[in-house]
Design a protein around this ligand. Structure first.
Ligand code: MG
Length: 376
């Protein structure tokens, strides 16, 4: 793309948001798409165009190290602000003052195409700005108090996306004069008296916002089932899903005998087509004596990751006559969610007795079953 030779073009990629609507316990930009994270895939598209003299990512202090380690050294990082507007202002200030055109992009739009980038730049060269937009496909309603009170004319409405391209001089001027919280840069530009120019966006250039968006990033699914039983023994700790539970007995085993985590591990290994925990961590190996099952779980997550698989959801049951587990289940869910790197709501744990029947029913032990969904 030699057509932009001579112009100094920069990109600002916004990566400082918390992404709370995804329910992930970490920044959604660090979520995996295939072998890469969202932020890597997003930035890679900009790099691949070969058009950018400078790329600056605005990141939070908490994610600085992680994001820095995942991006090429040519990508600069700056610490973002509390709001999107603050982050943009800081990133614009970090760019070389002789920048001609800047593209401002949401880090959570990894499916941006080189075509949009190129069209946005061309529009900014000719008109001062280039804002990708798509027609609104749903019927849009004005709502008050739970009632529909109007229907705006859809033909005049568009959804705007990023990257939004601007003359650097103009957008820097707009940000220096307009201070209000908006969700996109074309509004700041417009409020400063400029007229944003629309280019053709793409429906595939979607922004990862909700838990459903994260789920849809997978292009293949595998399910796995795991089951485990351990016998009660005095003088042992009772640990379920990494949570120590008050009880006069614990479970007997070579490791910490976390019967729930064992079922979860076998479910993951089964889905990933890997050998079970008895093969991977034999109870004849002294290395695993008393070992935390959560540590073993982290190793299994790594093995699944090497096969390009990650956990999307987990459903499990603990079978025991006692102790009663209802009160501790939220802690177990949180512990497993943290270990698996997925949302609390993507995991559930139920508990049941076996009506005094069988090895669990006679109070001699506990059993667990787990069903897991893995995605690429
Ligand atoms: Mg076991």
């Amino acid at each position: 793309m030699k057509c932009f030779d001579g112009l100094k073009i920069a990109a600002v990629v916004l990566c400082a948001g918390k992404g709370e609507r995804t329910g992930l316990p970490y920044n959604k930009l660090l979520h995996g798409i295939g072998q890469k994270t969202v932020v890597e895939k997003t930035v890679e598209t900009f790099i691949n165009t070969g058009l950018f003299a400078e790329i600056v990512c605005a990141v939070s202090e908490a994610d600085y190290g992680e994001i820095k380690s995942r991006l090429p050294s040519s990508v600069e990082l700056c610490i973002g602000g509390d709001t999107r507007t603050d982050s943009v202002r800081r990133a614009l200030a970090a760019l070389s003052p002789d920048t001609d055109i800047v593209l401002i992009h949401d880090g959570a739009r990894p499916f941006v195409s080189e075509r949009i980038i190129s069209d946005a730049i061309k529009s900014a060269m000719e008109y001062g700005s280039g804002i990708p937009a798509v027609a609104v496909v749903d019927s849009v309603k004005e709502v008050s108090d739970g009632r529909i009170i109007g229907s705006p004319d859809r033909s005049s409405l568009m959804s705007v996306q990023t990257p939004q391209a601007f003359s650097y001089r103009e957008i820097a001027d707009a940000y220096s004069r307009v201070d209000c919280a908006t969700t996109d840069d074309s509004e700041i530009y417009r409020l400063a008296g400029y007229t944003p120019r629309i280019i053709r966006g793409e429906y595939t250039n979607r922004k990862i916002t909700t838990a459903a968006d994260v789920f849809m990033l997978s292009d293949g699914y595998k399910i796995g089932f795991g089951y485990d039983v351990h016998r009660f023994a005095p003088g042992r700790k009772l640990i379920l899903g990494g949570v120590e539970i008050e009880c006069d007995k614990g479970l007997l085993g070579h490791s910490d005998a976390d019967v729930l985590t064992h079922a979860v591990m076998d479910a993951i290994l089964s889905a990933a087509g890997l050998p079970d925990i008895g093969v991977l961590f034999p109870d004849t190996d002294p290395a695993y004596e008393g070992v935390s099952s959560m540590l073993l779980l982290s190793r299994i997550m790594k093995l699944a990751g090497e096969k390009n698989l990650r956990v999307l959801g987990l459903s499990c049951t603990v079978m025991a006559e006692r102790p009663k587990l209802a009160k501790i289940i939220p802690d177990i869910r949180a512990s497993l969610a943290n270990a698996l790197g997925i949302a609390f709501d993507s995991i559930n744990v139920s508990a049941t007795t076996t009506e005094k029947l069988g090895i669990v029913g006679d109070g001699a032990g506990m059993a667990s079953a787990a069903c897991v969904l893995l995605g690429t």
